[in-house]
Ligand binder design. Structure first.
Ligand code: DQA
Length: 146
């Protein structure tokens, strides 16, 4: 099973962001963990990160032809990007929204997710382990185990 992990805006700078919220883990370490979990769960993972909204959307469109499951953490785009919402809505395979921090317990504007109603599952506030939970969900839900 092939899974795409799309991390969005400012997630490249994770190591330098508020460690109380994001755990002080860098994107490289996060992706290393995700690749290891993918191997453990027997799925082939491709991690991508960009600060360009257009690139994020292009990767969504491209992944429609090969990904059997999708994990997205769009960062701040989560809270206002209807363009990313529309791109995610095109997927016919399960999409999991992941946030490292508990956005439900932060500022009012962060509690809004414009993608929440087009995703299959949400994993919020579990730090890096949230990506593992998403992978576990997808590997049990995916309809193609190859
Ligand atoms: C985030 C939460 C967003 O509100 C924030 O803008 C991020 C990261 C998270 O993973 O907790 O960049 O998506």
């Amino acid at each position: 099973m092939q899974v795409v992990v799309l991390n969005g805006v400012n997630l490249n700078a994770l190591a330098d962001r508020d460690s109380d919220l994001y755990g002080g883990v860098g994107l490289d370490d996060l992706e290393t963990k995700i690749y290891a979990w993918g191997r453990e769960l027997g799925c082939s993972v491709r991690c991508l990160q960009t600060n360009s909204e257009g690139q994020f959307i292009d990767w969504c469109h491209d992944a429609r032809s090969w990904a059997k499951g999708v994990i997205v953490n769009p960062g701040a785009w989560t809270h206002y990007s209807y363009a990313i919402r529309d791109a995610l809505e095109l997927f016919k395979v399960p999409v999991v929204e992941v946030h490292l921090s508990d956005i439900e317990k932060r500022e009012d504007w962060r509690r809004v997710s414009v993608i929440a109603d087009v995703v299959t599952k949400r994993v919020i506030g579990k730090g890096p382990d949230g990506y593992r939970e998403a992978l576990v969900f997808l590997t049990h839900k995916g309809n193609d185990a190859s």
